[in-house]
Ligand binder design. Sequence first.
Ligand code: GDP
Length: 142
Amino acid sequence: MQRTLAILKPDCVRKNLVGKVLAHLQEAGFKIVAMKMVHLNAKTAGEFYAVHKQRPFFNDLVKFMTSGPCVPLVLEKENAIQDYRKTIGATDPAQADEGTVRKLYADSKEQNIVHGSDSPESAAYEIAHFFSNAELVDNFGA
Ligand code: GDP
């Protein structure tokens, strides 16, 4: 079993799509092992996206991610990191495959509904950013 960190971004919450996206992820076989709603500030969003600090869109990204509450969650599944990336689709919804979360719901390359870890290293960093070990449950039968 592998774990990945997902975020239902502020646009997802604003558009009342939390339930639909969670259902999509559960139907794709992901088990939720942690979940909360938080409103990031510039410091916490900047730390989370530290890897993008030098990118031209960094300030816009922080502004977007602090524009409202979001829902970080830890998902578990065989091959969770890669499968989740496949389930959400490409960063830019215009490039995303049919039936993916971003193709279905995202408005733009920035406001793209969901985040997902892109490697085991980033998953470990990102899960620890939002959750303590005690907040990760064993979700066997659910
Ligand atoms: P992801 O792993 O698919 O989320 O994509 P990246 O790691 O490349 O980028 C992180 C996030 O930054 C994306 O999910 C978008 O919200 C945002 N982003 C990526 N590219 C751009 C861009 O060219 N412009 C803006 N404004 N935001 C971007």
